[in-house]
Ligand binder design. Structure first.
Ligand code: GDP
Ligand code: MG
Length: 440
């Protein structure tokens, strides 16, 4: 997700941090690189232009060239403006739906509406379960355009484990009335309504939706947009917004290869936020759209917050605090490194983790490399467990005789120990880099 954009920004930023040279002379060149990265990601021209104007305004207004660290300040400017562009303030907290409420999704055929209904139901159910609650959730459909559309929803509802209702009425509008009555009578706390789409926006579709919208009076109306369609989907969004109106958007198919321009354009053009994003076909491939976290991911500052959230379920609190501490202090010992390695084992594969790590975007990491890395990790774990506590806290004491002892104990070569130490130095460097960025 956002991979190509992320690669470009991470490499631009890392060249800025390593050379540290940003001057009035090369600022145009750096801004051009920002512009090209955005164009490549299919961000519409007007949006790129507006974004660059804001950046330029800040570069001048904040007098970054008279500061001690122009490049760091520049990165902060880009970071702040980008997160404002993507979502603005207040979209970072976990989003909760008010109870009771009805949610309606709308969008073109194939945008991912039905899948999104199931994902939303799963999201709400899961969120409630985490707080020890059980919500009464109903999903239903008024999509009479495609014969199998309603069956598809029924199957997904079963998978998620929420209630499903099939109206036997003959049209979408009558079914909407029927579903509203059914939901009220059975006191559902959350009702999610799937609607019909067309291949293109047409008046027939919008007229029917308008009627359904009036009958259902949803508290939340989400516009579901396929990110793969690119800029064209913005025109679609405008048509829905002006005829029906929406609470905000949900972007689907933001899987890794997609150009992400729509995410930039959505809020700027519609003046409405994006709420969620679909990142795959599975029910759980769904995330709340958090502008600031995404910005950090795009800029290669690493999405530590998401990583930590994922980790919470799997790692004991104390271990996590130790990680936080070592990350924040910018100091890391082999002992911490050993802990990281153990955590990686608990969290899942390196392949998954790579995209959350600071600075990873700028390395071209292939799956094979990562798998090779997993193999190495196993070796590293063995080495680490043959070390004494003292050696782990102060790795500089590792001389030839200690290394020989460890190699013997772990059943590895001395070279393996040296490559572990080299790797440790590398990630130590990343942690320091992160700390520097973390000053934002
Ligand atoms: N890769 C990917 N596929 C998705 C995502 N959301 C939906 N799809 C797929 O897109 C296709 C159309 O989805 P569907 O929910 O039936 O769209 P609808 O016509 O708007 O109801 C299906 O094959 C879904 O599996 C997503 O976030 N990522
Ligand atoms: Mg559908």
């Amino acid at each position: 997700m956002f991979d190509s954009l992320s690669e470009k920004f991470s490499s631009l930023f890392s060249s800025l941090t390593s050379s540290g040279k940003m001057t009035e002379k090369n600022v145009e060149d750096i801004l051009n690189q920002v512009r090209d990265a955005l164009f490549d990601a299919d961000v519409p021209y007007d949006v790129v232009h507006a974004f660059l104007q804001e950046i330029k305004g800040d570069v001048i207004g904040k007098k970054i060239f008279s500061s001690l660290r122009p490049s760091e300040l520049f990165m902060k400017v880009v970071h702040d403006r980008m997160s404002a562009f993507l979502g603005g303030q207040g979209t970072e907290a976990a989003f909760t739906f008010s109870i009771p409420s009805t949610i309606m999704v709308m969008g073109l055929q194939g945008a991912g509406k039905t899948t999104t209904v199931a994902k939303l139901a799963h999201f709400i159910k899961d969120q409630a379960a985490k707080r020890g609650k059980k919500r009464r959730i109903l999903v239903a459909s008024v999509d009479f355009n495609r014969p199998a559309a309603i069956d598809q929803l029924e199957i997904m509802a079963q998978k998620v484990g929420v209630d499903f209702y099939r109206s036997t009425k003959a049209s979408g509008v009558e079914a909407a009335r029927d579903i509203a009555t059914y939901a009220q009578k059975n006191q559902y706390e959350i009702t999610i309504l799937d609607t019909a789409g067309r291949l293109h926006v047409d008046t027939g579709l919008l007229d029917e939706l308008k009627k359904i919208d009036r009958i259902i009076a949803p508290k939340y109306t989400f516009l579901v947009l396929d990110a793969m369609i690119g800029q064209e989907s913005i025109a679609v969004a405008q048509a829905f917004e002006s005829e029906i109106g929406c609470t905000g958007g949900i972007l689907t198919k933001l899987d890794s290869q997609v150009r992400s321009g729509v995410a930039f354009a959505f809020k700027y053009i519609l003046k409405k936020p994006l709420f969620f994003m679909g990142t795959g076909e599975k029910i759980a491939d769904f995330e709340q759209f958090r502008a600031e976290r995404l910005t950090k991911r795009i800029l290669g500052l690493g999405d530590i917050a998401t990583l930590v959230e994922r980790a919470e379920d799997k790692i004991k609190q104390s271990e996590q605090e130790a990680l936080d501490k070592s990350l924040r202090s910018g100091k890391m010992t082999l002992e911490d490194f050993a802990q990281h390695i153990t955590m990686v084992g608990k969290l899942g594969s390196l392949v998954d983790l790579a995209k959350y790590m600071p600075g990873m975007g700028r390395f071209q990491v292939t799956r094979e490399k990562l798998e090779q890395g997993e193999h190495e990790l196993k070796k590293f774990r063995a080495i680490m467990s043959s070390m004494t506590h003292k050696e782990r806290v102060r790795h500089t004491i590792l001389d030839a005789s200690r290394k020989r002892r460890i190699a013997h104990g772990a059943g590895v070569q001395i070279g393996d120990i040296d490559s572990l130490l080299a790797r440790f130095e590398q990630s130590h460097h990343l942690v320091k880099l992160f700390k520097k960025m973390g000053r934002f």
